[in-house]
Design a binder for this molecule. Structure first.
Ligand SMILES: [Zn+2]
Length: 314
């Protein structure tokens, strides 16, 4: 059985698993410590569901929908305080009621030192790992669940998580927000304006993304990249005929590209910054260099060689 990714699989089989006693919808949440790696609005980390579901009007007013818990909450004299950045302050009665509810929900939160992580609540083993979850599902389903997106520890986890979410159309692009009944002036891709903005379009078929991927192909000396979907992008490294180590580095470059496209898109939407392909390729080169060098613990990688993607002998 070939599956497109663990989360798509989880979503697809969640009903069946519920009948078997595994409630996935309420089975995961983020345990917040410092709040740096938990998305304030998007992740399920406080209460029964994500804040963007519980407080949709406030989510609409949020300027940085992808912000972290530590972006919005800080500790001050032992108390939690909000730092809100709205398009405009909440004014109408319903918005103010939502704000009251949000403040009440945040009141017991305490940010402490430590790393945020996924926890699950459906069995005695508290902490989440893809491997253990896969084993759990296989025990219930009684078969090998097959394909999983391969984690790459050369990039931060938040980058892998963004790629996951993009693959299952769970990043807040304009079409996704429209489906959640958020009123928008336009649903057209803010980068090219040619098509409705979905994750698949933004990262794959958008003409800007296509040009960017060709820039990456040119730099990494791989054949011209035709990526029409997020999955195409995430699996490029499998078809580049590189050594195992070099393919892992190329995968890190592709994940960094996904990350940088998303950041550039957000800057275009929220800060009106024009997207510049050449600048973005430069940023991808620098960012992926720093991530790979620091995370692979291989300090022999030189910038000069990286610029040429000459990484055969590192
Ligand atoms: Zn586009």
């Amino acid at each position: 059985m070939v599956l497109p990714g663990p989360w798509k699989h989880i979503v697809n089989i969640s009903k069946g698993l519920k009948e078997l006693g595994l409630d996935l919808e309420n089975g995961f949440r983020r345990e917040v410590k410092e709040g740096n790696n938990t998305l304030f609005w998007i992740d399920h980390w406080c209460g029964d569901s994500s804040f963007h579901v519980r407080f949709p009007l406030l989510f609409q007013l949020e300027t940085q929908k992808w912000c972290s818990v530590s972006d919005r909450l800080i500790m001050h004299d032992g108390e939690i305080c909000g730092q809100w950045v709205w398009f405009r302050v909440p004014t109408c009665q319903v918005e103010i009621e939502e704000l009251r509810g949000l403040l009440l929900a945040c009141q017991p939160v305490r940010l402490v030192s430590g790393v945020d992580r996924f926890v699950r609540s459906f069995d005695e083993e508290k902490f989440f790992s893809v491997k253990s979850f896969k084993a759990k599902m296989e025990a219930i389903v009684g078969s090998d669940i097959g394909y999983l997106i391969e984690w790459n520890n050369f990039v931060p986890k938040k980058v892998g998580i963004l790629a996951w979410r993009a693959e299952i159309e769970r990043i807040p692009v304009l079409m996704a927000l429209t489906k959640r009944n958020v009123n928008l002036e336009s649903i057209w891709c803010p980068v090219c304006g040619d098509a409705e903005e979905t994750a698949e379009h933004l990262l794959g078929s958008c003409r800007f993304a296509q040009a960017l991927w060709n820039g990456i192909a040119n730099w990494c000396k791989v054949p011209v990249i035709y990526a029409f979907s997020t999955r195409d992008v995430l699996e490029l490294y499998k078809y580049c005929h590189f050594s195992k180590q070099k393919a892992k580095i190329f995968q890190a470059v592709c994940l960094t590209t996904v990350w940088c496209i998303w950041k550039a898109r957000n800057a275009a939407v929220f800060e009106r910054k024009p997207v510049n392909r050449c600048n973005l390729i430069g940023e991808i080169r620098v960012r992926s260099f720093l991530w790979v060098r620091n995370r692979s613990k291989n300090t022999r990688i030189s910038w000069e060689k990286w610029r040429r993607f000459d990484i055969e002998n590192i």
